[in-house]
Design a binder for this molecule. Structure first.
Ligand code: ARG
Length: 657
């Protein structure tokens, strides 16, 4: 039981005397922000007083008199308008630590009512080079499924590969027209990547040419509007003048935005136009956009040649992605890609029609949804199915075969609208009971404040990024190890092994430690920093503990078995103990809101508490054997907790770095 849960269980019967459902009030028993106000604080007396029309201080006083806390806490203190300040007894903390350390799960109980989850994550569109955005889904999804599983839930992880979309039409088209057969024979994936990028560029070029006149017009109109507004007389009324000023600013911004987009587009077009051979290709392939759609449609319709190209390309693409998964240590229970659902799509549309959910609008089959302006199209005029149709089929399949209580989609926030519609349609279709969650996340930004890209303009390839992270980590490992006596140092192979763990861990942690809904700036330098909220810092704390055991010649298993007492005396020991005993709370919070950053925050705080403890409390040079053993046990429990916590994020530890 967590220390919070212990308090809650004592307060619950007392609060139930005042109200039928005390859960909201019990939620107000939280760690204090300031140790001055105790370890935990209960703030429910204020809202309760308001509701009952009584003085909060009296309520707090009454509760404190009734609640049974003697064995857990020092005498509670009522402060200010009615705060209840709680300070745990040191012997109780020590007892809880003993329990945690005897437990393989470090005191984290499994849920009484576990659920079944499907977690849909990673899900890249294969045949396109994977990029840094895919790391976020992969890493966040992987952490969530581990966290949920650790709590005792039944979890099915499913990689909903995009193995059937337009990107295949693109490489099929590219292969037909531009393949370099020698290059393809030697390195198929690199050649397919080149073809993809080439076709993308040509398609974008024609798209851009088509958009240009409109955009020019819009930009000119916006500029004219802004100019006119600037020349208009300012109203004399203060309020009106303010409004006027605001409107001008808006118009100027709008005009600037459009001017920027126009400049961007023009630059893009002229990049193609200034490259003679590329421009020639663009001219020769003026119909490329339609042709790519046709290649895709032919594939979907079962065209033999396209099907066999797809069958040739797909394993190559998957192998390429698998390499990344292997390096990240990510595994899935299922990888049912979009192609898997293709044979079911026609029936899905029929089933929706049978439910009276569809209307034909301009030839397209649409699902109209309450609360949404635009309908969800499930079949285009030309008969093609869409991303949404596949997702409906996927829901049907998952419900039928796995019967989950919840399906989580760990996908970029830009697909928010798609998922809101999808969930609404699925409910209308009859899937009422299941919880659908779009676990959305923001964009990975470069130092320039724009989505992270390499200089060439491509989003950074993932494999290259992993290499860079490992190289950066190696610098850190070298720096640390160089400080040791030469006889103590690792050889270069060992250093590289450590750098792998540190580099990959840093990359994952940087992603996980952000509030997932915000964008974050990608910086390898910061990721592997030894100070601050990084995996490196936490791994370092772990390695430090192992260093103590090694220096002291401690047989840790023997110490664990010996059953020595843990004694909490120093303030730094207390802080560390309090932190250690909130591990389960952190995991539960992270799972409740699908936010791994609540777990990283916890681990960071734990590593920090350990650092203070390490500075203040000598371990091997403790005053007595008892104190030494007690402190060694604290070190050990800290290391185990850090290791287990990182494991839930799929980050490894090393014994030395
Ligand atoms: N393949 C999609 C993309 O890369 C993500 C798929 C997410 N999962 C889903 N069931 N729609 O954008």
């Amino acid at each position: 039981m967590s220390i919070r849960a212990a308090l809650v269980s004592r307060f619950a019967p007392v609060l139930r005397q005042q109200t039928d459902d005390p859960s909201e009030y019990l939620g107000m028993i939280r760690p204090s922000q300031n140790p001055h106000f105790g370890d935990f604080q209960a703030n429910f007396a204020m809202p309760m007083g308001k509701r009952l029309g009584k003085s909060p201080r009296d309520i707090a006083q009454q509760v404190v008199e009734r609640v049974e806390l003697d064995d857990i806490c020092e005498t509670p203190e009522v402060a200010g308008p009615g705060f209840i300040n709680l300070r745990f007894r040191n012997d109780w903390l020590a007892q809880q630590l003993q329990r945690a350390r005897m437990d393989d799960r470090l005191g984290v109980a499994k849920l009484e009512r576990p659920r079944k989850y499907v977690v849909d994550y990673s899900s890249p569109n294969v045949a396109k080079p994977m990029h840094v955005g895919h790391i976020r889904s992969t890493v966040i999804g992987d952490a969530l499924q581990r966290i949920l599983q650790f709590l005792g839930n039944d979890v099915v992880s499913d990689n909903h590969l995009g193995d059937w979309g337009t990107q295949f039409g693109m490489i099929i088209y590219g292969y037909r027209h531009f393949v370099d057969s020698t290059a393809f024979a030697q390195a198929p994936i690199a050649e397919l990547g080149r073809l993809y990028r080439l076709v993308r560029e040509l398609m974008d070029y024609h798209d851009g040419c088509a958009r240009l006149p409109d955009l020019k017009q819009q930009a000119a109109a916006a500029r004219a509007t802004a100019d006119n507004m600037r020349q208009a007389t300012v109203p004399t009324d203060k309020q009106e003048a303010k409004k006027h000023d605001k409107a001008i600013k808006q118009a100027v911004n709008r005009s600037k935005e459009l001017a920027d987009s126009l400049a961007d587009l023009q630059a893009k077009l002229s990049r193609v136009e200034s490259n003679r051979s590329l421009h020639k290709l663009a001219t020769q392939h003026a119909e490329i956009n339609e042709s790519v759609l046709q290649e895709t449609a032919k594939l979907h319709a079962g065209d033999e040649e396209n099907r066999s190209l797809w069958e040739q390309f797909l394993p190559q693409c998957r192998a390429d992605i698998q390499e990344i998964y292997d390096r990240l240590g990510v595994k899935f229970n299922f990888e049912l890609g979009e192609s898997f659902y293709h044979p079911m799509l026609a029936d899905v549309v029929l089933a929706l029609a049978a439910k009276g959910m569809v209307k034909i609008s301009e030839g397209a089959t649409c699902v109209f949804l309450d609360g949404f302006d635009a309908p969800m199209i499930v079949r285009k005029k030309d008969g093609a199915f869409l991303y949404a149709t596949t997702d409906l089929a996927t829901i049907q399949y998952r419900m039928k075969h796995w019967q989950p209580d919840a399906i989580l989609y760990v996908v970029d926030f830009r697909q928010g609208d798609h998922f809101q519609k999808l969930f609404a349609a699925a409910r209308q279709w009859g899937y009422h009971q299941v919880e659908f969650q779009h676990v959305s996340f923001g964009t990975v930004m470069g130092p320039d404040g724009k989505p992270f890209r390499t200089r060439a303009g491509d989003t950074v390839g993932l494999a290259g990024l992993l290499d860079e992270a490992e190289a950066k980590a190696l610098e850190v490992v070298n720096r640390l190890d160089d400080q040791r006596e030469p006889s103590e140092q690792m050889d270069s192979a060992a250093r590289r092994e450590v750098a792998k763990v540190v580099g990959i861990g840093a990359l994952k942690y940087a992603d996980l430690s952000q509030n997932r809904t915000s964008d974050y700036e990608f910086s390898l330098e910061k990721m592997v920093a030894l100070e601050g909220n990084t995996a490196t810092y936490i791994q370092y704390a772990y390695a430090r503990v192992q260093g103590i055991f090694k220096r002291g010649g401690i047989d840790i298993q023997q110490l664990r078995d010996a059953g020595s007492a843990i004694v909490i005396a120093d303030d730094a020991e207390r802080q560390l103990a309090l932190q250690l005993l909130q591990f389960d709370e952190a995991i539960i919070d992270a799972a409740a809101d699908y936010r791994p950053n609540l777990l990283t925050n916890y681990l960071y705080e734990l590593a920090r508490s350990y650092a203070s403890f390490f500075d203040r409390c000598p371990v091997l040079k403790a005053e007595s054997d008892n104190q030494r053993d007690s402190r060694l046990l604290l070190c050990d429990l800290t290391a185990r907790t850090l290791k287990q916590g990182l494991k839930l994020l799929n980050i490894d530890v090393v014994d030395r770095m």
